[in-house]
Design a binder for this molecule. Structure first.
Ligand code: AMP
Ligand code: FE
Ligand code: FE
Ligand code: ZN
Length: 278
């Protein structure tokens, strides 16, 4: 069983890298890619744990990419945890993310929902992001729960939303490819684009070397997944999948480690993607 999309405490997952690998082993995952938001910090510990638990760990990342509308995440899979071509840009990527978090916190203050930046930081175990700001909003009593925080303040296009990303789409693909990696467009549904706009974007990315579209995810309607698989086929890239695992709490919403629901991706596509890593 191959799982190509999972988060640890290095970003906004709730299991640390070793716990994540142990859970993967327990549910029968044989190859696990660790794809934290804008960081590869969890990869060495995951690889060590993989050696102990008999899981092949593929070091990866989920890059936040700059787009006019919605959220663009590019998955990168590598042969080593810290490919030099990527490390060279990681500083900018981390800085942009911190500036964006500060901008969101500034907007929240202006909206009458102030949160203490130190408490946001304290809610995070690694790279800080909107999930940790959501936790601080709940702790401060401004929101009833995590989803309320996204609905009212933090979700794409909501009142305190600030666009993210240090790199543009084509540059992001080039960055992954220059590091010898394989690149997959994550969950295309978060891009708030029309079908034609998405088609044009994938054409541009495919020309830049995109390897795959992540068409399959357990919480995505079956007809949508089929449309993304067709999108991948039109542009001659693989149709992959992953659970986008963030920990046990989200499993009831369809994010089950090692599973993309039914029908799920063709295992040959997942293997084919991994074969492209140099
Ligand atoms: P960030 O990288 O700071 O933009 O945060 C992205 C993460 O926030 C995603 O991977 C999810 O974990 C979470 N997220 C984004 N939008 C939502 C939403 N509408 N509801 C719940 N969680 C969300
Ligand atoms: Fe996340
Ligand atoms: Fe994502
Ligand atoms: Zn993810």
């Amino acid at each position: 069983m191959i799982e190509l999309h999972a988060h640890s405490t290095a970003s906004d997952g709730t299991l640390d890298p070793a716990e994540l690998v142990a859970r993967a082993a327990a549910v029968g995952v044989t190859t696990l890619a660790l794809t934290d938001h804008d960081t590869v910090d969890g990869c060495p510990a995951a690889i060590d744990a993989g050696g102990r638990d008999g899981v092949r760990v593929v070091p990866g990342i989920e890059l936040t990419v700059r787009v006019p509308r919605g959220t663009f995440h590019l998955l990168g899979y590598f042969a080593e945890p810290a490919p030099p071509a990527l490390v060279a840009r990681m500083g900018d990527i981390a800085r942009t993310r911190e500036e964006r978090n500060a901008a969101i916190i500034g907007r929240l203050a202006g909206l009458g929902a102030p949160v203490d930046p130190d408490l946001v930081r304290a809610a995070a175990t690694g790279r800080v992001g909107r999930p940790h700001i959501a936790a601080a909003l709940v702790a401060a009593g401004h929101c009833s729960d995590y989803l309320d925080a996204f609905a009212r303040y933090l979700g794409d296009g909501a009142a305190a939303y600030v666009p993210a990303g240090a790199v543009d789409p084509v540059e992001a693909v080039q960055l992954v490819k220059a590091a010898g990696g394989a690149a997959a467009l994550a969950h295309p549904g978060t891009l708030l684009l029309t079908a034609d706009e998405l088609d044009a974007l994938v054409a541009e990315l495919a020309a830049a070397g995109l390897d795959a579209v992540e068409a399959y995810r357990g919480d995505t309607p079956v007809d949508e997944q089929a449309a993304y698989a067709a999108l991948a086929a039109r542009h001659g890239v693989l149709a992959t999948g992953g659970s986008d695992y963030h920990g046990p709490a989200l499993e009831e919403r369809g994010r089950v480690l090692g599973s993309c629901g039914e029908p799920g991706p063709d295992p040959d596509a997942l293997r084919g993607l991994l074969e492209r890593i140099v």
